[in-house]
Design a protein around this ligand. Structure first.
Ligand SMILES: Nc1ncnc2c1ncn2[C@@H]1O[C@H](COP(=O)(O)OP(=O)(O)OP(=O)(O)O)[C@@H](O)[C@H]1O
Length: 757
């Protein structure tokens, strides 16, 4: 770590992944006025330059180290939203996204980090009366591209063309349709209370109306308009046409949830839940991960974009904690995708794909100590997850500032959690398979390397707040740091050199990069002037003892800091365990729900199949008995001899027809069975075949044979006279001697049945 920079302004780090600014918040309303201020801003060397360094003085503990941190710039308590907007370089970020000189532009990331209640959301999202950096950036974007902006209301094909070039499998919709599904018109009363951010939702309350109980948000009639940036715009690409898509999501318990898609009702628990989304490469974006399946809203005006932001913020998880009455419980991501392509007259193809860049605004959840935040249960587990992800973020930031200050390239371990993946995965150059638009050449390259994103991190801190939590955040976010360790004055100095002396040595610290200068912190004890070492040997012994004491003091200091970091790690591990348990419960619940739903579905299917079979079987039986009765009645009638020859012949013909019909019916059944068999999977068909072949012709013949026999028996009372010619024999012989021959007729039921298997 470069401590040499600590005496002067922190130079811009060309190879830093983030520019890091520090903003100090004014004292909270109702805060203890006597609370000690532990953070001091160093006066800059030059008169007109901005402060870049701060010093942390541990309150009430004189043994703890004094730490000095360097940032790109430090903003004191009196800095306004507009000061932050201008000095943190949001305008250059917007300009990079709009790419006024052609090309796709550069992605930008604007994030806030800090202890809970330190002013992150205030800075980035504003308050009821003040706009935050997000609203100001949106204002500048719309003002700058207003002449070339496309809108769904005026360009009916816009949604389709944006969807066709979107690599993230997004559900794209127009702002009008989205806002109509979310907001109701304000009542007179609400109109009177105009001008506020959407009210903070209660936990579990959702703005998205559920199908049965639809509850729309009141459409805010006015939004804050201060600070005013109406005089500000940046240049845009005159050869391009633009479109703006807004999406919002949150990272909660290491999972990504869309804030613009309504939750879905679970079949088993009847609760409304959001489905987590994946951050993954897609077919259209194989070399770059994207959040897949988000809802993206095409906004044609600043007002629409601000309303979508309000709607998404209403869905974000917040809770009241001991540290902040409206504490963000998730990391919120607000993405402004500025799409661009060559103007219609300049395109080779009418339907050229859209390129462009994204401005991502991130409001991170605040780190907190369970003891101070007085959290419990789910909120405590959330805090564990928040702290864990912030710890990983801290590691990445330390690595990036370490790499920026050393010649060796450092590997930033950003794949440890969703948050760091989302923040850092665009920080490195990558080739993109997206179709890219280049207005100067009008060319569309399919393998262009995207330049790394430009990122700004604003760290917020309360100089009167929680010292431990603040120092931890500053330690890993600062661009450079210097530690001054308080030392017990060496006995040698006390004995031999009554005047205090500056002691300087490198500390055997776990952080090997940190050079630590050390100097006496306590006023030295009054020297014992009566003491004088009697000999050179005594003097040497005393010196050795003093050195040993100094070494022990150093060791003690090191052990103390090691113990503190171990304790922090243990707390984090415990919190992690809690959140893992929570996640496992979630998973178990989801698996149970899925199994129950699947079981019910199959049971229903089987029941329906069984009912069909039973009713078919009943019908068949009834029909069979009906026919038997008919045959029996006919035979009886014939035996009684009361029937004339013609009548007998008619009856016979009718019976033959009946039998033919029976045969037809059987044939149809066989056909249905054969089709069912064909629809079965080979594995299910196989056992049937085997069974068929094992039992062999026996079973088949039994079945088919029985049926054929039954039919033959039915026919026994009849004389089918194709060969005999007419009903003469019936007339000549008694009914019992009737010829039982069905020659010429094809009774192929058995054969058809064979085909079953
Ligand atoms: N610079 C500031 N000027 C005026 N008020 C501020 C400032 N910073 C913060 N506040 C106020 O302090 C309160 C807490 O701030 P905020 O909600 O922004 O904290 P946070 O860091 O986002 O907390 P959490 O991480 O818990 O969400 C809010 O009421 C906010 O308006």
């Amino acid at each position: 770590m470069d401590t040499s920079t600590l005496s002067g302004p922190a130079p811009p780090k060309s190879n830093s992944l983030f520019q890091v600014f520090l903003r100090l918040r004014p004292p909270q309303a109702g805060a203890n006025p006597a609370a000690e201020r532990f953070l001091a801003v160093e006066t800059p060397d030059k008169d007109h330059s901005a402060p870049t360094h701060i010093t942390l003085n541990p309150p009430n503990d004189r043994r703890r180290a004094i730490e000095k941190f360097a940032f790109t710039q430090v903003f004191e308590e009196d800095a306004s939203q507009l000061d932050i907007f201008h000095c943190t370089g949001v305008v250059p970020l917007v300009e990079g996204v709009l790419a006024p000189h052609g090309g796709d532009g550069t992605d930008a990331l604007l994030a806030t980090l800090g202890v809970t209640g330190s002013g992150k959301s205030h800075t980035i999202l504003g308050s009821k009366s003040q706009r935050g950096l997000t609203q100001l950036a949106l204002d500048v974007i719309y003002r700058s591209i207003s002449q070339n902006l496309h809108d769904c209301d005026t360009h009916s094909d816009l949604e389709r063309s944006l969807a066709s070039s979107d690599p993230s499998e997004a559900a794209i919709c127009s702002a009008t349709a989205f806002l109509d599904s979310v907001f109701a018109e304000p009542s007179e009363q609400q109109r009177a209370r105009a001008g506020s951010r959407a009210p903070t939702p209660m936990i579990g309350e959702s703005m998205f109306g559920h199908s049965t109980n639809r509850r729309l948000l009141a459409r805010p009639s006015a939004l804050p308009s201060q600070p005013d940036v109406s005089g500000l715009s940046v240049s845009c690409d005159p050869a391009a046409e633009y479109a703006v898509m807004i999406s919002m999501y949150e990272v909660y318990n290491d999972r990504i949830f869309d804030l613009l898609t309504p939750p879905i009702k679970s079949a088993a628990t009847k609760e409304y839940r959001r489905r987590p989304l994946l951050f993954k490469p897609t077919e259209a974006s194989p070399d770059r991960k994207v959040v897949a399946g988000l809802r993206k809203v095409v906004c044609g005006s600043l007002t629409q974009a601000l309303m979508v932001l309000e709607a998404g913020l209403h869905e974000r998880r917040v809770a009241g904690t001991g540290s902040n009455s409206v504490s963000s419980r998730s990391h919120g991501f607000f993405c402004v995708e500025v799409k661009k392509r060559a103007k219609a007259g300049r395109r080779h193809h009418l339907d050229t794909a859209w390129g462009g860049s994204t401005l991502t605004v991130v409001d991170l959840a605040g780190s907190e100590r369970a003891r101070d935040a007085k959290t419990a249960g789910a909120t405590l587990a959330e805090a564990g997850k928040i702290n864990e992800s912030l710890m990983y973020l801290g590691q990445c930031l330390q690595m990036q500032s370490g790499a920026a200050n050393s010649s060796k390239p450092g590997v930033v371990p950003f794949r440890q959690c969703k948050l760091t993946e989302l923040l850092f995965s665009n920080s490195f150059p990558s080739s993109s398979s997206n179709t890219n638009y280049n207005s100067s050449t009008m060319a569309h390259s399919h393998q262009q390397r995207r330049s790394p994103q430009k990122a700004v991190m604003i760290v917020t801190a309360d100089p009167h707040g929680d010292f431990n939590a603040t120092s931890q955040i500053l330690r890993y976010s600062a661009l450079a740091r210097e530690i001054t360790v308080p030392r017990i004055p060496s006995i040698t100095q006390t004995i031999l050199h009554p005047a205090p002396q500056v002691y300087s040595s490198p500390l055997a610290s776990p952080d090997a990069d940190t050079t630590v200068s050390s100097q006496p912190f306590f006023s030295p004890a009054p020297p014992n002037r009566n003491f004088s070492p009697s000999s050179a040997t005594d003097r040497e012994t005393m010196e050795n003892a003093a050195l040993a004491l100094a070494r022990l003091a150093e060791e003690n200091e090191y052990l103390r800091s090691a113990l503190a970091s171990e304790q922090t790690a243990r707390c984090e591990a415990e919190a992690h365990l809690l959140s893992i348990e929570d996640r496992m419960l979630d998973l178990e619940q989801a698996v149970r729900e899925d199994c129950a739903a699947e079981f019910e579905r199959r049971l229903e299917l089987e029941m329906a199949r069984w009912r069909n079979t039973v009713s078919l079987e009943q019908e068949r039986e009834e029909e069979k008995w009906g026919r038997k009765l008919e045959v029996f009645a006919a035979t009886m009638a014939a035996e009684a001899g009361g029937m004339s020859d013609e009548e007998g012949e008619d009856k016979e013909n009718m019976l033959v027809e009946d039998v033919n019909e029976e045969n037809e019916r059987l044939r149809r059944e066989v056909e249905i069975l054969r089709r069912e068999l064909a629809g079965m999977s080979p594995t299910r068909r196989m056992p049937l075949r085997e069974r068929g072949s094992e039992v062999g012709g026996k079973a088949r013949q039994n079945k088919g044979g029985e049926k054929a026999e039954g039919l033959t028996r039915k026919m026994q009372g009849l004389r089918v006279s194709d060969e005999e010619g007419g009903g003469a024999s019936l007339r000549q012989t008694s009914p019992t001697k009737k010829i039982r021959k069905l020659g010429g007729k094809r009774w192929d039921v058995g054969v058809e049945d064979d085909d079953l298997f």
